[in-house]
Design a protein around this ligand. Structure first.
Ligand SMILES: [Zn+2]
Length: 141
């Protein structure tokens, strides 16, 4: 599995993550066929250095914009200001409706940006399915 970004979109994501330090930043990715066409930088409604939650109203507006643009929500991103780019146990739990194995967003790629080196943010992608984490290759073009 692979997710393709425009370099400019990746930079928009990195800038948003850096601007939100020391807290986590989050956003959504609209695209099609494994290509990100639009990165949406969003508000962290419950900001913390190891936590994020999207604002439901903003999420609704972004999902509508994605649909209106003829795209699909193909990914979510958030930052880890002080830890590696790998899903935390909270991230894995949040991929499901509480208490179930039903994915919140089937077939999305979870992109995590680590800011451990502020001068050089690194993004990695993952699928979270049935509680299992698998890496998805991110390519910038
Ligand atoms: Zn996380």
């Amino acid at each position: 599995m692979e997710l393709i970004f425009k370099k400019s979109d990746l930079q928009i994501i990195f800038d948003h993550c850096l601007a939100s330090v020391p807290n986590e930043a989050c956003g959504m990715l609209g695209g099609r066929d494994g290509r990100v066409e639009k990165a949406y930088c969003m508000r962290n409604a419950k900001p913390g250095p190891d936590y994020y939650e999207m604002d439901p109203e903003e999420q609704f507006r972004v999902m509508k914009d994605i649909r209106d643009s003829g795209l699909k929500m193909i990914g979510l991103f958030h930052s880890h200001p002080m830890s590696q780019a790998y899903p935390s146990s909270v991230d894995v739990n949040q991929a499901y409706w509480p208490g179930t194995q039903l994915p919140n967003y089937p077939d999305v790629v979870y992109v995590i940006v680590t800011l451990m080196n502020r001068a050089k943010p690194v993004a990695r992608g993952f699928s979270i399915e049935e509680g299992k984490v698998n890496e998805v290759t991110l390519t910038a073009v």
